[in-house]
Write a protein that binds this ligand. Structure first.
Ligand code: PLP
Length: 402
């Protein structure tokens, strides 16, 4: 028995977190894990017995609860049950998985695609399978945590470039020896700031320095491009991204992650990536729901149009009220508050008026850049957005943010 237990470093970490949570709860500014008890429609939820407008959803096209997607999931449960008997390579591959991967490859205009059970597992496994000791991975400073973890797990030399700064990216590429494999990775739309990577310049640099290119499209599929296909369509660039990564848990109302690209690369991942080989396959209902969702996106182009209109109304409205929305051009809309306390105050004021919106504070973002991280979707009604703008503007004035 370790006599130190109770006062060792692990215990201290656990205690420090318990203290921090208790302090936030005592001050009534603990906004984590608020429990949704009902999804009323695509843009409203029940929280704590209250009917609130949803401004924290990643479901950018309002597909959650779509009848076609729900029916596909139910049919899959009726036919296959709720699980998959294990991993894909042994007994776990269903025709539903094959169909989903074909649908994704088609949607992304790629030769092939492979799915995993989460976006997080996809990044972790794909990056660490493709890259290894002696290689270089070059990652935008604001990339998602799953990318950072994948880079670290790969054992490759891990270098960051300044956020969306192409000079900084070129400096990094120049530093890498010409004979090593290089991978450049970025979010297509940044998950906290809502800005868009400068893909044309990134592609040019990757060509110049012989680097592979990976894009994380968690927040760009169903958001960018005329038909919602994402970053390449947005810039009218065709097939320029080697590793097209995305998740099935945001615009696509299911769970899981994928990578699309050249056939041989996908075959390699299918036989070498550990999250594919050693973790169970996607459940039938989730695979079927995801498959149907990509089809709905293409069949209902009005959703993209409505999302663009709503983004313009919401983002434009906040800007003209005087809020700092950073560099956002998309449905991810940061509302900069300054210190953590102000972000808590604005959150509390918005929630008091039935807006479900949440703060992001340090250490998730640098000190002084605390914000509300609001999102807008195709499901919001024009009048509801106008109401949200009024509430946030009035509160922002009272708190002294604008
Ligand atoms: C959410 C997210 C992921 C992880 O996806 P999950 O399916 O939730 O595991 C990966 N990358 C980015 C940029 C994300 O926002």
């Amino acid at each position: 028995m370790n006599s130190n237990k109770g006062s060792d470093a692990v215990s201290q970490r656990i205690q420090a977190m318990a203290n921090r949570v208790a302090d936030l709860k005592a001050r009534d500014v603990y906004f984590y894990n608020m429990t949704v008890t009902d999804i009323l429609d695509d843009s409203r939820v029940m929280v704590d017995g209250r009917n609130m407008g949803m401004y924290a959803s990643y479901g950018y096209l309002g597909l959650l609860g779509h009848p076609r997607i729900g029916a596909a999931a139910k049919a899959a449960v009726d036919k296959y049950g709720t699980g998959t008997n294990g991993v894909r390579t042994l007994a776990g591959t269903l025709d539903l998985h094959v169909e989903l991967e074909e649908t994704i490859a088609d949607f992304k205009h790629a030769e092939a695609a492979v799915t995993y059970t989460s976006g997080y597992a996809t990044n972790l496994s794909v990056i660490s399978t493709l890259m290894g000791r002696g290689d270089w991975v070059i990652s935008d400073k604001l990339n998602h945590a799953s990318i950072v973890d994948g880079c670290m797990m790969s054992g490759a030399l891990f270098r960051r470039f300044k956020h969306n700064d192409m000079e900084s990216l070129e400096t990094r590429l120049k530093q890498a020896p010409s004979d090593v494999s290089k991978l450049v990775i970025a979010d297509a739309v940044f998950s906290m700031d809502g800005d868009i990577i400068d893909l044309p310049k990134v592609v040019e640099l990757c060509k110049k320095y012989d680097a592979w290119l990976m894009m994380d499209e968690a927040h760009s599929v169903g958001v960018l491009g005329k038909t919602g296909r994402g970053i390449e369509e947005h810039f009218g660039m065709g097939d320029v991204v080697d590793i097209k990564m995305g998740t099935l848990s945001k615009t696509i109302p299911s769970v899981g992650g994928y990578v699309a690209g050249k056939k041989d690369m996908i075959t390699y991942l299918r036989h070498a990536s550990r999250a594919y080989i050693f973790s169970a396959a996607l459940p039938p209902a989730q695979a079927a729901a995801a498959n149907e969702s990509f089809k709905v996106i293409l069949d209902e182009p009005w959703r993209m149009e409505k999302l663009n209109e709503n983004t313009e109304q919401f983002l434009g409205g906040l800007k003209s009220a005087g809020f700092d929305t950073m560099l956002s051009e998309t449905a991810v809309v940061p509302i900069l508050c300054g210190d953590d306390e102000r972000a808590y105050e604005l959150t509390a004021a918005a929630q008091a008026k039935d807006l479900f919106v949440l703060p992001v504070v340090s250490p998730a973002v640098p000190n002084g850049l605390a914000r509300l991280r609001s999102t807008i979707t195709a499901a919001h009604a024009t009048e509801d957005i106008a109401y949200a703008l009024d509430v946030i503007t009035e509160a922002g004035k009272k708190i002294g943010i604008i």
